[in-house]
Every structure is written in C-alpha cells, then in structure tokens.
Design a protein around this ligand. Structure first.
Ligand code: PEP
Ligand code: CO
Length: 453
C-alpha cells in the first residue's frame, strides 16, 4: 500500500483492525467501554506545545547538538505514587543530567520513564502454579500481582486509577521544578547522600561546587541572575503498550493538525510489539508525538528501514528515536549493519542506547539481575559502533531508581549476589540504584568527554 493511502486510512482506532500483541482480555467489554469513555473526557496530562518542543529538542539531539537522558522504573507501581519516591527519582535524574552536561558539553534532554509507565509486556499470557493457571500480571494498570483469580482478572477501572496517578505524578514533578528543585543557585538541593564516603561522591561534589562558582562568577560579571538557570525542562515517557488506553488519551487540539497522544510526551514501542503489520505500529504511525521504538535481536537491516518508513515516512527530524537493546553478548555483531543501513539511506533518527534489557541474567538462586560492568560496556561498545559509522551517540535509556535498592550487581558500591535479597523491590526488571546511577553518569561523562578512537 502506498504511504498516502495508508495515511488516509489512519484513525485513533484503526489499530483495532490489526493483530494486537500483549493486550489484556477484559471479562466485561461494557465495563471497559464505559471506562474508556470516561478516560476520553478527562483533561490531558501534557500539552501539544510541550510535545512539539520535545520533538525540536530531539531533532537537535539527532544532529549531535543535545544528549538524551531517559530513565526510571521498569514499571511504576500504584503504591509508589508517593512524594518521597517521585522526588528521589527526579533528583537522581537531575544529578545525572548535570554530570552529563559537563561530560558531553551539550544540553541534556531529560525524560522520565514515569507518569504512566504502568503496563508491562510479558513472555506468557498465563501463569501456572501447581494445578492453578491464572492470567499473568501485566502491570498495575491492568491487574494485581497476588496469585488469586480476583487479583489477576484484568479490571478496567485500573485504567482510570493509572491515569489519575500519572496526573498526580506529573503535577508533583512540575511543582517541584517550578518551585526551584532544579535551581543551580541552591547547591544544597543538589547534594547527594552516599551510604559511605566515596571517591565518586567527592568527584560529584567537586563538579557541583565548580558549577556553582562559575554561575556566581558570571552573575557577578553580568550584574544579575542568568535567565533560565533556576529551572529545567522535564518530559515524560512510557511504553505505549495498552492500546485502548493510548487511544483514549489521543486527542485533536485547536489550531494544530493531526492527533496527539496527550497522556505522555514521548511514548515508545517495545521490542516485543514492533511487528510491522501489528497494531502498535498502526497506532503509533498516526500520532504527532516524537516516538521511539526499541530494537533488539533478532532484527535485520531491512526491518529497521521498514520501521523508519512506517513510522517516519516524511523523514522528519526528531520524530523517530531508535533505542538499541542488544546486550553485550551480541551488540558488536548485530548493531553495525543496522547503523550502516540507516546512515547510508539517510534516515533521520536519534540513536539511543538501552544497555539494560539485553543484559538481564538470573542468578543460581533464581534472582533476576544485571551487572553494572556489562551495562557500561554495552554503552561503550554501542557508542563506538555509532561513531565508526558516522552517527551521533544521541542518548541513553536506563532502568533506575532514586532509592538505594539492591537489584543490580557491581559498581563502586560493590553489590554482590549475597546483597540482592537485602532490598530487592522491583516486581519486574532490576534497576540501578541511586549510587550506581550516579556512578554510571560519571563514567558516561568521561566516555563522552573523550573523542571516540
Ligand atoms: C522495558 O523497557 O521495560 C522493556 C520491556 O523493554 P524491551 O521492550 O526493550 O524488552
Ligand atoms: Co524493563
């Protein structure tokens, strides 16, 4: 089908004509329809101005003028919608971005994996324990974790609860930022709390001190505050997995053409739902937001080019981000032909590395974890591959948290397998903790500070 015929046929619900992977089955379709109607009437969480501004910033990142930092939980829980948890996540992302600005010498685009990251793709539709088989847990926006029929039956009212919590989260983040949480005139806001003295903490504190001093110096010279130094832009993102939900938050706005997903700034398509003839590609191709697609093995260059054609037929800068997630074991073999294909056909994409999802392993005692050193090495390898092909290493995508959980191994804090059970909270994938996240940013800053060779 030609692109123009395809474009004419798109509607917010046209995905319903395609096979939709990873969707829950609701026992009561009328209850679902009623919830979706209510969702469709609620005010949006973000505005089309913000969405367009992010697209501009991502276009700049695609040209190598900015660097994207995207991070947050694998999956947000309803019960973690609390001020302390949200503020801690915002704080670590701000601290990481400060470090990255120093290292990359570029402005950083900050995007949280939050305010709507509630739906999870799973490897099976059902879970069996003994002789009981129940629907699998698909994230708090669908059902609950408990292994009983009541908890596991998809409940459409959770879509409303999720939207409301996303709204509460985004509201709190906006309030913190507007209230001065990211104000560089207050170095005390930027302090970090390490469990014990560490060379990394000292390196970070030196960095903050030098930024504060430079700011004071320039303000003394110019005789006043530099505009914009007291706040930053912050954007939201989540996997656009649950298509009824995404459709319900897809809106038209006055004086702009087309449809926007106003439930988040920057939705992405997961690695499991990127089938070219599938419902997710159909939904995503019609919205005006900047969008991302995760790509991991096995994927061929033709498939990546076909994704670019389907999702960004006009080759619009800032529209499409490719998030690579190959894992250290195969990135060096699999990624180079893809980057070369995209580069040689001059497809405008932003290359972002997710070094988490290809590096998940299970310990002998059955705990899902990831190793700090392998995560870092995938980043290094990916950036080198991109540089070799003449592409810009445009950003990073992490699963992380602002709390000192014990889910990933290694790093300067020396987390070992024995530590994992101490404070493992994630229900899905393991996250870098506060110290590991800041260390990752410092290591990444060094990497970006040196020309690839
Ligand atoms: C995720 O980001 O949590 C995820 C499931 O990733 P992927 O689609 O890359 O497997
Ligand atoms: Co994950």
């Amino acid at each position: 089908m030609k692109a123009s015929t395809q474009a004419a046929a798109w509607r917010p619900d046209s995905w319903q004509q395609k096979p939709a992977a990873q969707q829950p089955v609701y026992p009561d379709p009328d209850a679902l329809a009623s919830v979706l109607r209510q969702l469709g009437e609620l005010p949006p969480l973000v505005s089309s101005w913000e969405v367009e501004s992010l697209k501009q910033q991502l276009a700049e990142a695609g040209r190598g003028e900015r660097f994207l930092l995207q991070g947050g939980d694998c999956s947000e829980n309803f019960e973690d919608c609390q001020s302390g948890t949200i503020a801690a996540k915002l704080k670590i992302l701000l601290q990481m971005s400060l470090v990255l600005v120093q290292g990359a010498r570029k402005r950083v685009v900050r995007v949280g994996r939050f305010a709507g990251q509630y739906a999870k793709p799973r490897s099976a539709d059902v879970e069996t324990r003994g002789d009981v088989t129940l629907p699998v847990y698909r994230g708090d926006i669908v059902n609950r974790t408990g292994f009983d029929p009541h908890a596991r039956t998809p409940d459409p009212t959770r879509l409303l609860r999720g939207y409301e919590r996303a709204g509460l989260t985004v509201n709190f983040i906006r309030a913190l930022i507007d209230g001065g949480f990211a104000d560089l005139h207050h170095p005390e806001y930027w302090e970090m709390h390490f469990a014990r003295p560490s060379p990394l903490a000292a390196e970070y504190q030196r960095m903050v001190r030098s930024i504060t001093e430079s700011l004071q110096f320039i303000e003394a010279l110019t005789g006043g505050p530099i505009p914009g130094m007291n706040r930053v832009d912050f954007f939201t993102s989540h996997e656009g997995l649950h298509l009824h939900y995404e459709q319900a938050v897809t809106r038209q706005v006055p004086r702009r053409e087309g449809w926007y997903n106003l439930g988040t700034h920057f939705p992405w398509i997961g690695n499991r739902t990127r089938a070219l003839d599938g419902a997710h590609i159909e939904y995503f191709r019609g919205i005006r937001n900047p969008i991302a697609v995760k790509i991991g093995p096995p994927i061929q260059p033709e498939e990546v080019l076909a994704l670019c054609d389907a999702l960004n037929p006009a080759n619009e800068p800032g529209r499409l981000t490719l998030i690579t997630r190959f894992g250290l074991a195969c990135v060096a073999r699999e990624l180079p032909p893809l980057v070369q294909a995209v580069q040689s056909r001059e497809r405008r994409v932003l290359w972002v590395c997710d070094p988490m999802h290809g590096n998940t392993e299970t310990t002998r005692t059955g705990i899902k974890t990831r190793r700090f050193e392998r995560i870092l090495e995938e980043l290094e390898t990916t950036f080198q591959i991109l540089a070799d092909a003449g592409a810009h290493p445009g950003g990073v995508h992490f699963e992380l948290t602002g709390d000192n959980v014990t889910e990933c191994l290694g790093g300067d804090c020396g987390l070992t397998e024995a530590d994992l059970t101490r404070d493992y909270r994630s229900r899905v994938d393991p996250r870098l903790n506060y110290e590991q996240s800041l260390e990752m940013a410092l290591r990444l800053a060094r990497l970006l500070d040196q020309p690839a060779g």
